[in-house]
Design a protein around this ligand. Structure first.
Ligand SMILES: *[C@@H]1O[C@H](CO)[C@@H](O)[C@H](O)[C@H]1NC(C)=O
Ligand SMILES: *[C@@H]1O[C@H](CO)[C@@H](O)[C@H](O)[C@H]1NC(C)=O
Ligand SMILES: *[C@@H]1O[C@H](CO)[C@@H](O)[C@H](O)[C@H]1NC(C)=O
Ligand SMILES: *[C@@H]1O[C@H](CO)[C@@H](O)[C@H](O)[C@H]1NC(C)=O
Ligand SMILES: *[C@@H]1O[C@H](CO)[C@@H](O)[C@H](O)[C@H]1NC(C)=O
Length: 773
């Protein structure tokens, strides 16, 4: 016993001595567990004296702000690292590079905004990564490539709006991905590409308006998907196409209707939660053979004959059905499962499956008590197969297979949503009594003709959405009767000509979208004079433009002109003579091999943003940018064939320059350019294309300039290259504010809903300050 005590004491003393020697003052250390705890000490840096053999490090509640490269160099044996609530704003690339043994990293409750490409480099054993409750709005491509053992990735409660393709590339063992509580409104089709082992995905509490079928179909192994709390209204056929899905949560959305085939490609579904939606009835879902639970709690289910098939199916299949009837009165609050199929009846004259007979009981009598209770919430008149929300002054008949414009909307309706129907043709006076409508949605309606006077009487119309139809031409009187129209969407039609004459009846037109049509030229008389004083944004991207006549764009008010993705072979300088206030000009993806002198002279006083990417540009005149000066903020010439560049030194206020992917010639002629880059405090990542021994090297790193004569004559051969990134910290902000929220192409988007202000975190490398390696 004595001996034992002595030995024990000795060990204790030793332990204390060791501890005292190596445990940082602010921390407490446990040398048997090899853990160090420094919680809530307001530390601004990681204590440098933490013992090297530490495996568990708890630094919660400190004030670290930035995790610099190699921050954990001295503790290479860490397996568990907790950095919650440390006020971390930025993780520098390579911060964790030495932590090859770490299995758990907790970065929750910080202020991280961007996940850089190499933020998590080196964490090759990591199994759990907690990034929830941050401010992440951008995931750069390749951010997770090194995390091949990660099982759980938590990104809930961040500010993601968009998930780009391949965002999670490299997560070869991921099981659970949590993206709840972001502002996601768009997922790229390949957003989850490569996640072959993912079994559980949370996308609840986001802003998804449509079930992202294409994206989800890629997730072959997912068994549990939580999509609840997203503003979806409708699920169409085969929306959910997920071979292994067993649990699907679609509760607390805004579903008004869903196809009986919505789940036909989800054969293994056992649990379907549709609680707290706006469903009034439901057909037996076809497809899932193993369904055991169907939750309809909190839906305004109307228990009449239309519910009979479901009720019968439930009886036969043994599915547990949850929820209650909301009417008719004698069945109100009756649990669905308790109602006998025979009690689900309709009056005999009812034929079509439209469930709007709320005020009548099954005999057609209107009991006085019901009338009294029903009146206050009674909807104002609303056409069959439409929904009218009188409080919000919205009416929608979206995707209900209408072939004629419904009539009889409440007189106060301001937003009329008729998209995704089959109208084919809009006759004169299509919208009688719609004088209060401000926003009219007619996308995806297969419209090929609009008769003169179709909008007659729509004197308050400001927004008209006619995109994604089949219009080949427009009647000159097509827009008669809507003189206040300000925003006109005609993209993705088949217009072969600029619809100038139809626009002449729109003196207030300010923004005109004509992308993805087949317009091949803009003629001199194109823009009617009545429009030319108000039009400020003109979008003609993705047409077939080869010619822009002089005078075609006669508009003093024009601020943004998008001519990208056309077939122009030269900069239409002559046409710019009449657009003296142009600020944004996109010419990318045309075939302009040569840009001559003074190409932008007519707009040199106003131009702020100029885009000339992917034009096959081989040469640009020394004087091409003549006249442009301190006003220009953005200049992009990415992906061209430029070996040399003009003198950019007059452009003293550039915030974004993108010169990547050009075969630049790195010799002394580059010197003025390099000086300029330093001078304007842009951080430049520029790579040489020639000579061969310098290819791929950063312009910043090469030493060739030391041997250059001091005052060589200005550029016959000037060169830069890759991306140049602005170093002023507000570059990112200003760019973000200007950017428009992207809308999923080819999909229907509900404009009136709250649209998050933030822009999609598209992977743009030309953004925030980025240090050169
Ligand atoms: C934490 O440190 C900062 C400065 O590093 C100081 O301003 C602040 O008052 C400290 N907070 C606490 C609670 O000690
Ligand atoms: C059904 O939905 C309600 C409301 O969302 C919920 O409280 C309940 O737990 C759900 N029941 C089952 C069995 O999923
Ligand atoms: C575009 O124009 C070219 C000729 O200028 C023509 O061959 C081609 O068919 C046009 N494409 C479309 C989509 O109109
Ligand atoms: C300019 O046009 C290109 C090519 O169509 C497009 O990718 C890019 O997003 C456009 N940029 C802006 C700012 O509109
Ligand atoms: C650098 O900037 C100064 C003023 O800001 C200007 O006078 C000078 O010409 C610039 N030098 C170069 C090489 O651009």
């Amino acid at each position: 016993m004595q001996v034992f005590s002595a030995v024990f004491l000795l060990i204790l003393t030793l332990a204390i001595t060791v501890e005292a020697k190596t445990c940082p003052r602010e921390c407490s250390c446990d040398s048997t567990k090899l853990s160090t705890v420094c919680v809530g000490k307001n530390l601004t840096e990681i204590p440098p004296t933490i013992e090297e053999i530490t495996v568990k490090l708890d630094l919660r509640n400190n004030n670290l702000q930035v995790l610099s490269r190699g921050a954990f160099l001295h503790t290479p044996y860490l397996t568990h690292l907790n950095l919650q609530r440390c006020n971390i704003i930025e993780i520098k690339e390579g911060a964790f590079r030495t932590l090859g043994r770490a299995v758990s990293l907790n970065l929750a409750h910080n202020k991280i905004e961007i996940l850089y490409q190499e933020s998590f480099d080196g964490l090759s054993s990591l199994k759990e990564l907690h990034l929830d409750h941050n401010r992440i709005e951008e995931i750069q491509p390749g951010a997770f490539t090194q995390l091949s053992f990660l099982n759980v990735l938590a990104l809930s409660h961040n500010q993601l709006v968009y998930i780009p393709n391949m965002a999670f590339q490299g997560l070869q063992n991921i099981k659970w991905l949590r993206l709840s509580h972001n502002s996601l409104n768009n997922l790229a089709p390949e957003a989850f590409a490569g996640l072959f082992t993912l079994s559980r995905l949370n996308l609840d509490h986001n802003e998804l308006q449509f079930f992202p079928t294409e994206t989800m179909t890629r997730l072959r192994e997912v068994t549990r998907l939580d999509m609840s709390h997203n503003p979806m209204i409708y699920l169409g056929e085969e929306s959910v196409s997920m071979a292994k899905l067993t649990h699907l949560y679609l509760n607390h959305m805004s579903l008004q209707d869903l196809s009986d085939k919505a789940f036909s490609q989800a054969p293994l579904l056992t649990h379907l939660d549709l609680s707290h939606n706006q469903l009034r009835y439901l057909e037996p879902p076809s497809g899932p053979k193993e369904l055991t639970s169907l939750n309809l709690t909190g839906n305004p289910i109307y228990c009449n004959c239309y519910m009979q098939p479901l009720r019968q199916w439930v009886g036969v299949s043994g599915v547990k059905l949850l929820g209650a009837c909301s009417g008719p009165p004698h069945l109100s609050d009756e649990p669905l499962q308790a109602v006998a199929p025979l009690d689900l009846r309709c009056r005999s004259r009812e034929g079509s499956p439209v469930v709007e007979e709320e005020d009548e009981d099954e005999d057609g009598r209107v009991p006085p008590t019901v009338t009294v209770t029903a009146k206050p919430k009674q909807k104002a008149k609303c056409p069959a197969n439409c929904e009218c929300d009188t409080e919000a002054q919205h009416a929608t008949c979206e995707g209900r297979g209408h072939t004629k414009i419904p009539r009889g909307f409440p007189a106060k309706t301001q937003l009329l949503d008729l998209r995704v129907n089959h109208f084919h043709y809009l006759p004169t006076n299509s919208f009688p009594g719609s004088g209060q409508v401000v926003s009219l949605h007619l996308q995806f309606c297969k419209i090929h003709e609009i008769e003169g006077g179709a909008l007659q009487g729509m004197k308050n119309l400001l927004y008209l959405y006619l995109s994604d139809n089949d219009l080949r031409s427009l009647d000159p009187k097509a827009f008669a009767g809507a003189p206040r129209l300000t925003y006109l969407h005609l993209e993705r039609n088949r217009l072969a000509q600029f619809p100038g004459s139809a626009l002449s009846l729109l003196p207030s037109l300010s923004v005109l979208h004509l992308e993805e049509n087949a317009i091949s030229k803009l003629e001199a008389s194109g823009l009617p004079s009545s429009v030319s004083s108000k039009l400020s944004e003109l979008y003609l991207s993705n047409n077939n433009l080869t010619v822009i006549a002089k005078g075609a764009l006669d508009s003093v008010s024009l601020i943004a002109l998008h001519l990208d993705s056309n077939q122009l072979t030269e900069v239409p300088t002559h046409a710019l003579l009449e657009t003296p206030n142009l600020q944004e000009f996109n010419l990318s993806r045309n075939s302009v091999h040569w840009v001559g002198p003074k190409a932008f002279q007519p707009i040199s006083q106003s131009l702020k943003r100029l885009y000339m990417d992917h034009m096959g540009m081989e040469k640009i005149s020394r004087d091409a940018l003549l006249g442009l000066g301190s006003g220009l903020q953005t200049l992009t010439m990415r992906g061209n064939q430029l070996k040399e560049l003009p003198d950019l030194s007059p452009l003293s206020n550039l915030e974004v320059v993108d010169l990547r992917d050009n075969p630049l010639q790195c010799d002394c002629s580059l010197l003025p350019l390099r000086r300029w880059m330093e001078n304007v405090s842009l951080e430049v990542a520029a790579t040489c294309g020639h000579p061969p021994d310098l290819r791929g090297q950063k312009v910043q790193d090469i030493h060739i300039f030391k041997s250059c004569p001091e005052n060589i004559s200005p550029p016959e051969k000037t060169v830069v290259d890759p991306k140049v990134v602005k170093s002023k910290p507000n570059a990112l902000k200003s760019q973000k504010v200007k950017a428009r929220p992207a809308q999923p192409r080819g999909k229907v988007v509900k404009p009136p809903r709250k649209q998050p202000q933030r822009k999609p975190g598209t992977p743009k490398i030309t953004k925030k300050k980025k240090t050169l390696k």
